[in-house]
Design a binder for this molecule. Structure first.
Ligand SMILES: Nc1ncnc2c1ncn2[C@@H]1O[C@H](COP(=O)(O)OP(=O)(O)OP(=O)(O)O)[C@@H](O)[C@H]1O
Ligand SMILES: [Mg+2]
Length: 230
């Protein structure tokens, strides 16, 4: 039996906005093995980003548990949580959140020296990753000097800089054309193989869906369908 890296137990999430309660997740349980590629699908507003945020410890569940690599996320203090997330989890958001005052290269490098000293090796790896996403010629550009797709690719390189065990990606190719999104998925699949990195991706893209080990479909706050391809 492959080693478990993500465990989600009976996860519920209800948002309260004023008097209105929105029950988004109604009991999600899930186990993901090291090295697995899992695609999450479902209609807009179903709770895909919410689920990814909870797995990535960016938000807290209303009830239920999330374990990453055996660590119960609820047991971490805020500062331990930040460190754990920085080291173990890479996140590519639906919207990229690059820091506008820093160059592409600096944006990629930033997560690598938040908790540890900056090394030559990390500087080289940041350049290597920007090369992998086809942006070596844009190292010194700031986000507002990059196209939407280029910004998205910088965000992917940034998520990979610490070689996280788990990469969570929320429609990472939303801004990209066919050629660039295929390139990006090949990079993610390559890293998945080379580094045995686990990928959980929200996408409707056929290219990656066809290559995923598992496809999970959300509907009405629950897992409506699960297809395994082992
Ligand atoms: N902070 C919040 N407060 C209240 N409701 C929220 C909040 N965040 C999300 N929601 C609601 O929760 C539901 C799920 O949102 P979520 O972003 O997870 O959907 P999604 O499946 O990722 O959709 P999309 O495919 O459009 O990105 C939506 O109906 C949304 O309006
Ligand atoms: Mg979303």
């Amino acid at each position: 039996m492959a080693q478990e890296i993500i465990r989600v137990e009976d996860l519920h999430k209800t948002y309260f906005s004023g008097p209105v309660q929105v029950e988004v997740l109604k009991g999600i349980s899930l186990s993901v093995s090291v090295g697995e590629v899992v695609v999450i699908k479902g209609p807009s507003g179903v709770g895909k980003s919410t689920l990814l945020h909870l797995i990535g410890a960016l938000d807290l569940p209303t009830s239920g548990k999330v374990y990453i690599d055996g660590q119960d996320l609820e047991q971490l203090s805020n500062s331990d949580m930040a460190r754990f997330r920085n080291k173990s989890i890479g996140f590519v958001f639906q919207f990229h959140h690059l820091l506008p005052e820093f160059t592409a290269y600096e944006n990629v490098l930033l997560p690598s020296f938040m908790h540890e000293p900056l090394t030559k090796e990390k500087q080289e790896y940041a350049k290597h990753l920007l090369g992998e996403v086809g942006l070596l010629h844009r190292l010194d550009h700031k986000p507002n000097e990059l196209s939407g797709g280029e910004q998205q690719r910088v965000a992917v390189a940034r998520a990979l800089i610490n070689k996280p065990k788990v990469l969570l990606a929320d429609e990472p190719t939303g801004n990209l054309d066919r050629k660039n999104s295929d390139m990006l998925y090949e990079l993610l699949l390559d890293l998945n193989k080379k580094l045995n990195q686990t990928l959980v991706i929200v996408t409707h893209d056929e290219h990656i869906t066809l290559k995923a080990h598992r496809i999970i479909e959300l509907d009405d706050g629950r897992i409506a369908n699960e297809i395994r391809r082992d």
